[in-house]
Design a protein around this ligand. Structure first.
Ligand code: GLA
Length: 668
């Protein structure tokens, strides 16, 4: 995606009489809107009865937008089938684990393994393509909408059959499947694939291998449907990029696998403004999405201008916060920032979700913010060719997330996203940017690799991580890493499996700490910090013990261990260190130390640097409600205010500065 930063939102003109469309386009132009997503939920409008089509309205809308120079991200309507489809073909409706069938009347009520659904989804996409694919306003294809959002798992007979075929391909024989799932346990041995079921309602824990494979299979089933739609779109217009909108850290889908199939990666971000961690979580969300396909552009497909309507209590973004959060995305590399939705609906389940144009039209302060930001972004074409160069990587995989959070573990409250935020939070505070990487990715370009609870790791991927360190890299590995292989089968011996060389001590058992309990950790210089949640029961190994547990039942045992491995080193964290403890570890690696001016300015300042061949663009965003002053010795040219800076920059609450500097020297 090149050129202007894309700006706009979901546009649902079918909800309005056509008289409103002219005003929509006039206001879009006023607000600097240059891309709108059309048709996401239009199946019932496009095909009101089976094989009866109505495309005149869509032609008219595309013409109006095209004439005004507004690009269209044209969606396939398959995320919300029309009532006639499930009324005629009941197997289109998904089934939950207890065997209850969903009904239509909402959205996402489809079983992705239903042949009836698949055939009609293909047909409507083919029809869409034959009607409008050559329209000049179309800039991007938006396949479906938030795959898996409401019904990530279906347990119907169609799924059972497809699951068995998937298992047969994966394991070849039922003996291999029995071996992988450890079915000697609880008399679960299968005699033939036909006996295998989706993990439907069972008296207690389902076989963890079965559960893990069902997650893999369900991800693949959605992907297969996506491929069918993409094929139709690409055949018609191979020149138009394809996207589908993700939801950041959405557990059911392996977005690494998806992103490599997309031309543009896009995401929907609804971080809760009432959550004190929202800005950190949102930064982490964007770092993830940017990293999913490191060769593709990415953008925010949806965010809300003010508030959502689906939480118990829907706190709004405070004035200025929508702008600050939009720049957060741009800072982290986004090529576009769009909203859900353009005009607030009068009816339906989302009528109180805020929109770019509110129920009160341009009288709402939201309009001034929306239009102001659109015009401002229009002037930022100078960011062209710049991207984010992270020096720190965080290893993350969906298979690990699925296995880590499967039930029947020492700590069933161990959450992947908690582990990620624990290790990410200090970096956000220090102004250091992170790339997320699959365990099998090449890590050489990173100075430090963080490994939060990589419970599931294959022998091969573990060896790659070890070799990264051997060749001079630095790794920080947390507890509960290297525990099982890809089948969820435990590596015997002290825990760590293929990661053992990075652990430096012998983890002979693990001990989750009682809720609310904190223990002390004593460092070599006698300083004490705290830890909670977890303590490994470790004995000394080949590494150097930097800190020991100093209170509680595991006093004296290693808490932080440094292992020298080849040319590099690894730090192993045997418990969940508090902020002060983690800071001590991070201070050992220059790439983790961040930007001192950001530390000194006080909390809430986010810093990200985008780099191009000629320039650096330092984004400074004040998410706090107080003024923050940063001492920026190297000066620079501030793009938003259009002025040369001295040695300091003062940021009002929610304000943003983008400081451009020549790469050869200070500001130009
Ligand atoms: C999701 C959907 C949109 C809308 C918004 C509301 O992101 O894609 O259609 O429902 O949520 O927040």
């Amino acid at each position: 995606m090149t050129g202007r930063i894309r700006y706009g939102g979901d546009y649902n003109p079918e909800q309005w009489p056509s008289e409103v469309w002219d005003e929509d386009v006039r206001l879009m132009v006023q607000a600097g809107v240059n891309l709108v997503t059309v048709g996401v939920f239009s199946w019932a409008q496009l095909e009101p009865a089976e094989r009866t089509y109505s495309f005149a309205w869509l032609h008219e809308v595309l013409d109006l937008l095209g004439d005004a120079g507004i690009g269209v991200d044209l969606a396939t309507p398959t995320a919300s089938p029309p009532p006639w489809l499930s009324a005629r073909y009941p197997d289109v409706l998904p089934v939950d684990a207890r065997g209850a069938r969903y009904s239509h009347g909402s959205r996402q009520h489809f079983c992705v393994c239903s042949a009836s659904y698949r055939a009609r989804a293909r047909r409507v996409v083919e029809r869409l393509v034959s009607e409008v694919a050559n329209h000049p306003a179309i800039e991007m294809w938006h396949v479906h909408n938030e795959y898996g959002c409401h019904v990530p798992y279906c347990y119907c007979d169609n799924h059972a059959q497809a699951f068995r075929a998937w298992l047969q391909r994966r394991y070849g024989s039922v003996d291999e499947l029995n071996e992988a799932w450890g079915t000697t346990f609880w008399s679960q041995r299968y005699g033939e694939f036909a006996e295998v079921l989706p993990p439907r309602l069972t008296p207690t824990f389902v076989n963890p291998g079965q559960e893990l494979d069902y997650k893999r299979f369900s991800n693949d089933a959605f992907l297969e449907e996506f491929f069918e739609e993409r094929q139709i779109l690409r055949t018609a217009r191979p020149d138009i990029p394809v996207t589908t909108n993700f939801m950041g850290f959405f557990k059911p889908l392996d977005y690494f696998a998806w992103a490599s199939e997309l031309d543009v990666v896009s995401t929907d971000n609804y971080a809760d403004p009432a959550d004190p961690d929202a800005m950190m979580l949102s930064a982490m969300h964007y770092d993830l999405v940017r990293s999913l396909n490191k060769d593709a552009a990415w953008m925010v497909m949806e965010q809300t201008p003010l508030r959502v309507n689906w939480r118990r209590h829907n706190s709004p973004k405070v004035p200025g916060q929508m702008r600050a959060m939009s720049y957060q995305a741009v800072a982290r590399g986004a090529a576009g920032v769009l909203f859900f939705q353009w005009r607030a609906s009068r009816s339906g389940a989302e009528k109180f979700h805020s929109a770019m144009v509110s129920h009160s039209g341009v009288a709402s302060p939201v309009w001034a913010e929306v239009a102001g930001l659109g015009r401002e972004l229009d002037g930022l074409g100078t960011l062209e060719g710049s991207g984010v160069d992270a020096r720190v990587a965080m290893v993350f995989s969906w298979a690990n997330w699925w296995a880590l959070e499967a039930p029947a573990k020492p700590a069933n409250d161990l959450s992947m996203t908690d582990q990620l935020s624990w290790m990410y939070r200090p970096l956000f505070g220090r102004g250091a940017t992170v790339d997320f990487c699959r365990p099998d990715e090449r890590l050489d370009r990173y100075e430090v690799v963080l490994v939060p609870s990589l419970y599931l790791v294959t022998e091969e991927d573990g060896a790659k991580l070890v070799s990264y360190v051997e060749r001079g890299g630095t790794a920080v590995v947390s507890f509960w890493s290297g525990i099982v292989d890809e089948r969820d089968v435990v590596y015997l011996g002290p825990y760590g499996g293929p990661l053992r060389p990075l652990i430096g001590c012998d983890v002979v058992d693990v001990a989750p700490l009682p809720e609310g309990m904190t223990i002390e950790v004593e460092w070599e210089d006698g300083t004490r910090t705290g830890a909670s949640f977890w303590a490994d029961v470790a004995t000394e190994g080949t590494g150097h013990v930097l800190a020991r547990v100093a209170s509680g039942p595991w006093a004296g045992r290693p808490a932080v261990v440094e292992a020298r491995v080849g040319q590099g080193r690894a730090y192993y964290l045997a418990c969940r260190l508090d902020a002060a403890g983690l800071a001590r570890v991070y201070d050992l690696a220059p790439a983790l130390s961040g930007e001192p001016a950001v530390h000194r300015a006080g909390p809430g300042v986010e810093r990200v640097v985008r780099t191009s061949a000629d320039h650096t663009y330092e984004f400074l965003i004040n998410h706090s409600e107080e003024e923050r002053v940063l001492d920026i010795a190297s000066g620079g040219f501030e793009l938003l205010a259009g002025k040369q800076l001295g040695s300091r920059v003062a940021l009002a609450p929610m304000d943003v500065a983008i400081v451009r500097r020549d790469r050869a020297g200070p500001g130009d």
